[in-house]
Structures are given as structure tokens and as C-alpha cells.
Design a binder for this molecule. Structure first.
Ligand code: FPP
Ligand code: MG
Ligand code: MG
Length: 259
């Protein structure tokens, strides 16, 4: 039995199913070439899986919207929801692997990044492979709307990354630009996947839209520096100077706390 505290912990509630998802992920990344299998499975190894927030959120969403509906139904959607959790996690990991190549990052999740471990070329291919595997699994769900939602999410991830790379000084100070880029980079995958959960559960368009909004709000982070800029105009000047000077970092951090 669970203690009272554990019953309130979302990660504990869904723990067994998430570890089932993790096991399945390991078997889904098996490739013809052993080097590709180990590269693609790098972040699915025991101890390397991270917090698994995506599958946890999606399975909790699935529970919330299926309450009282799935009971007694012949065609229970839970297995399909678990597949969607696997697919979303694979897309998420592939985006992190490509991100670390683009950022030349040596670490991820407190360990070596995949590019650091196996080199850029292998890392790019492992990310591609995961993305392809994710979409193959999505096609097996036999629901074109779900495939389309996931395609939108990947399109948004790429767009968000490009918006970040090509930002102009004026765009850097724009709340609209920041929110759009942040939505694409950090919220589009979870919001579209939450909606896909509702679609798979054959929920109404109203519930689908609510699921989408839940994911959107969860994914978008706050914009402390932009709010600070609204409050303290002098922060604007510092942001334009950039953050090579550690004093600028310090000043903006303090301003963000007090905005
Ligand atoms: C992390 O940002 C990066 C993302 C959340 C998305 C990256 C998206 C791509 C590389 C586009 C390609 C997408 C796919 C699906 C292959 P960060 O660098 O700001 O943060 P972090 O490195 O500290 O996590
Ligand atoms: Mg990065
Ligand atoms: Mg990046």
C-alpha cells in the first residue's frame, strides 16, 4: 500500500505504467546495426532515463479524461495511451540529442551528452532514427489526426530552435517573440500530445481543446527578464549589451527577482 504522501505524488501514482513504458522504449530502439541500437538507447538505459515527465503527464491526463468512461468498455484506450507516451518520449529525446549537437553540449542529465560519447555524426543519426521510430509507432495507432498533431509538434520544435538561432536584437526584447519561441520549443510537444490523448479517448473537441491548453500552460515557462524589463527600463539597455560581463548577469537576475 501507498502512504498518504505517496498517494498525492503524481510520479508515484503512475510509476508502474511508466516503467512499463520505459521497458518498451528499450525494445523499440533496437536497430539492425548494434552501434545504432546503443546510441539510440543511450537515454533509455537504467539510470539514464531522467524524470520521464512526458510519459507521466500524458498517462495522468489519460486517467483524468477517461474516468468513468473507459470502465466496462470493450476497447479500452489505455494501451494506446501508453503507446502515445512512448512515442512522445522518443520525440522528446530525439530533440534533446539534436539540440546537444547544435549547442555543442558535453553534458545532458548530468552525464556525457550523446555527441560527446559517440560523436556528432552518430548522434545526429541516432536522433533521426528515434524520430523515425516514433512516427512508425504513431502510424500503427491508425489515427491520422494523432499523426498530424505529432507532426505539428516536431515542426514547432524545429521552428522554435530556428527562431532562437536567428533572433534579432529587437526580437530579443519582444514578449510576443519570446512567448512564441518558448511555446514552440518547450510546450508544443506536450500540448499536442495531451490533445492526442483526448483524441485517442474519442473525447469531444471541447475536451480535446482543454487537454491542449493544459499542456500549453504546463510547458510554457515564465518570462522573468521580460517582466523585469517592463518594470525597470534600464534592464533593456543591459540585455542589449549582452551577458559577457558577469555584472550584467547579476544585475538582470536581481531585477527579475524584484520586478
Ligand atoms: C532544448 O533547448 C531544446 C529543445 C527543447 C528543442 C530542440 C529542437 C530541435 C533541436 C529541433 C529538432 C527536433 C527533433 C524532434 C529532431 P536548450 O538548448 O535551450 O536547453 P537545454 O540544452 O538546457 O535543455
Ligand atoms: Mg541545449
Ligand atoms: Mg539549444
Amino acid at each position: 500500500g501507498l502512504t498518504a504522501k505517496e498517494q498525492l505524488d503524481p510520479f508515484v501514482l503512475i510509476k508502474d505504467e511508466v516503467s512499463e513504458v520505459t521497458d518498451r522504449l528499450r525494445s523499440m530502439v533496437v536497430a539492425e546495426v548494434p552501434e545504432l541500437t546503443s546510441a539510440a538507447g543511450y537515454f533509455f538505459r537504467a539510470g539514464a532515463e531522467g524524470k520521464r515527465t512526458c510519459p507521466t503527464v500524458l498517462l495522468l491526463m489519460a486517467s483524468a479524461i477517461s474516468m468513468g468512461i473507459a470502465d466496462g468498455l470493450e476497447n479500452k484506450p489505455r494501451a494506446r495511451h501508453m503507446h502515445l507516451a512512448e512515442i512522445t518520449e522518443m520525440i522528446h529525446i530525439s530533440s534533446l540529442i539534436h539540440d546537444d549537437v547544435l549547442d555543442d553540449a558535453d553534458t545532458r542529465r548530468g552525464m556525457d551528452s550523446l555527441n560527446f560519447k559517440v560523436g556528432k555524426k552518430f548522434a545526429v543519426l541516432a536522433g533521426d532514427f528515434l524520430l523515425f521510430r516514433a512516427f512508425s509507432a504513431a502510424v500503427s495507432l491508425d489515427n491520422t489526426e494523432v499523426v498530424s498533431l505529432l507532426a505539428t509538434a516536431v515542426n514547432n520544435l524545429v521552428t522554435g530552435e530556428l527562431m532562437q538561432m536567428s533572433i534579432t536584437p529587437a526580437q530579443r526584447c519582444s514578449m510576443d517573440y519570446y512567448l512564441q519561441k518558448t511555446y514552440y520549443k518547450t510546450a508544443a510537444l506536450i500540448s499536442n500530445s495531451c490533445k492526442a490523448i483526448a483524441v485517442l479517448a474519442e473525447q469531444t473537441t471541447e475536451v480535446q481543446a482543454l487537454a491542449y491548453q493544459y499542456g500549453r500552460h504546463l510547458g510554457i515557462v515564465t518570462a522573468p527578464i521580460l517582466f523585469a524589463m517592463e518594470e525597470f527600463p534600464e534592464v533593456h539597455e543591459i540585455v542589449e549589451q549582452g551577458f559577457d560581463d558577469p555584472l550584467n548577469v547579476k544585475t538582470v537576475c536581481i531585477a527579475s527577482v524584484f520586478f
